[in-house]
Design a protein around this ligand. Structure first.
Ligand code: PLP
Length: 492
């Protein structure tokens, strides 16, 4: 066993909390759940406050800095969302409360299911999955059950373009299928010939990220969908990045059978640091009976004109079952509901238009100083190469680290894999022109520095509390400590 970790500011006997008087009968905890060797730091309330406040100040967050982390949609989370999520009736509702006692929460979830379905052209949505990748798994398991129910057991493959998000092939494998990679053509679209050659009666479906990780919308999406349907496969759309599509295109109407949403991206609920997310999943009529559940439905129509319906939990007929304890991350459902309700349909369309405008603005301002391999009108994000002709020693990582000195969070690095030294930039709609211009200026400066003084980039960041770390060692030999960097008194 490894040594228990004791934080160095811990002092035996220090207490940071006052527990309220117990108002329920005391009972013994099961001994198998109790550990003696668990070393916890003993600290005062002030030490805890200082520790976490200091960490929060060292951190980059959307509330302090522009955060163009491609594919992650780091948009501002309006404070209205937080206010609503803290209403006592929501925040203090116990997940075991019976249906009759939770009608308000059920009404909210029902409305959110309905709005998400409407926004994307699907028949119904389950809010249960806890994150995007989790929604993907639920979706592919539905496809598996759909084929199994028809006795169609030959279908063992799922097609995945090489411009897909990394979670897509991982999901396919976890769901028990073989992931078959498809190449992209010179525009970054799926290579239609390769697709048609791969379509046969062993294909269960295709999983495609739209817009792709290159930030572009497939020109031939209808042909792609038709080819897969023609061989009996179903179409999965990775809809984590709906931020360019809301109010503009409905994936369900394009012909997709199933899609997940990332409420913690497009719908502004907070994320980062592995916090709770929500990967709601929507389906068309074909997959309706397989949705993970239970889901909220109206179980009794309103008795009078003004009355509310009665909501309840209903298990879809051939459901793949539960994918999460209780009902998903309800706090995220509240925030997404507040966000959609505050914007309304026209507002959400404007969100998408501004997200696309902002991304294209940066792309066009940077595409001379940096090489943009698929330089066409992009959706919510675009990818450029973080390397320069004649400056071999500078890599994408160096550009990212140098951006920290200019006060910006780096873009996504080394993803997608089909672009060398990729830097994936997603500004989102919540940034104004002044911020975008400041970021563009910093990127142009860095491009100049790369030619004039590459070492400046290679040793960056220079202004951050922690300079460049050996990322592998930092992860493998984690040294946790609480000690603040106190000003050191000069000794002699
Ligand atoms: C973020 C993202 C995912 C995964 O979502 P998680 O909530 O991180 O699991 C999947 N696909 C795409 C395109 C994404 O951007």
């Amino acid at each position: 066993m490894t040594e228990p970790l004791i934080y160095e500011i811990s002092a035996s006997g220090r207490i940071g909390v006052n527990l309220p008087q117990c108002d329920v009968p005391e009972s013994e905890l099961p001994s198998e759940l109790m550990r003696d060797e668990l070393a916890l730091p003993e600290v005062s309330e002030l030490q805890v406050v200082r520790h976490f406040t200091r960490l929060s100040q060292r951190n980059f967050g959307i509330d302090t800095t522009f955060y163009p982390l491609g594919s992650c949609t780091m948009k501002y989370n309006p404070r209205l969302n937080e206010d609503v999520a803290r209403y006592d009736g929501f925040a203090k509702l116990h997940p075991l409360t019976d249906e009759a006692g939770a009608q308000g929460a059920l009404a909210l979830m029902y409305q959110l299911q309905t709005w998400l379905a409407e926004l994307s052209g699907f028949s119904r949505v389950s809010l249960m999955p806890a994150a995007g990748a989790h929604g993907e798994l639920a979706g592919i398991l539905m496809i598996r059950k759909y084929h199994a129910d028809r006795g169609d057991t030959k279908r063992t493959k799922i097609l995945v373009p090489n411009s897909a998000h990394g979670t897509n092939p991982a999901t396919v494998t976890m769901a028990g299928f073989e992931a078959v990679e498809l190449p992209s053509d010179e525009n970054g679209d799926v290579d239609l010939e390769a697709l048609r050659a791969a379509c046969d009666d062993t294909v269960a479906g295709m999983m495609i990220t739209v817009p792709s990780t290159l930030g572009v919308f497939e020109d031939q999406i209808l042909e792609v969908i038709e080819a897969v349907h023609a061989c009996g496969g179903l179409m999965y759309m990775d809809g984590a990045n709906m931020n360019a599509l809301m109010g503009i295109v409905k994936p369900g109407e394009l012909g997709f059978d199933v899609m997940h949403y990332n409420l913690h991206k497009t719908f502004s609920t907070p994320h980062g640091g592995g916090g709770p997310g929500s990967g709601a999943v929507g389906v068309n009529e074909k997959l309706l009976p397989y949705l993970p559940g239970p889901i909220v439905d109206i179980v009794e129509a309103p008795q009078a004109e003004e009355a509310a319906p009665l909501y309840g939990w209903v298990m879809p007929e051939k459901s793949i079952g539960r994918v999460k304890a209780f009902h998903g991350n309800f706090g995220m459902h509240i925030r997404a509901y507040a966000y959609i309700r505050a914007y309304g349909g026209e507002g959400l369309k404007a969100v998408s238009e501004h997200a696309v405008l902002n991304a294209n603005y940066i792309r066009v301002k940077l595409h001379e100083a940096y090489h943009v391999p698929y330089d066409r009108i992009c959706a919510h994000e675009f990818v450029l190469e973080g390397r320069f002709k004649g400056v071999d020693e500078v890599h994408a990582l160096d550009i990212s680290k140098r951006l920290i000195d200019y006060g910006f969070h780096p873009p996504t690095n080394y993803f997608p894999l089909i672009v060398h030294e990729a830097l994936m930039i997603e500004p989102t709609e919540t940034e104004d022109k002044v911020t975008l211009d400041a970021f563009i200026d910093a990127m142009l400066h860095i491009a100049k520095e790369a030619h004039e003084n590459p070492e400046l980039l290679r040793s960056a960041p220079h202004e951050a509390p922690v300079s460049r770390v050996d990322e592998v060692r930092a992860a493998k030999q984690l040294v946790l400590c609480c000690q603040p960097a106190l000003p050191q008194a000069e000794t002699d």
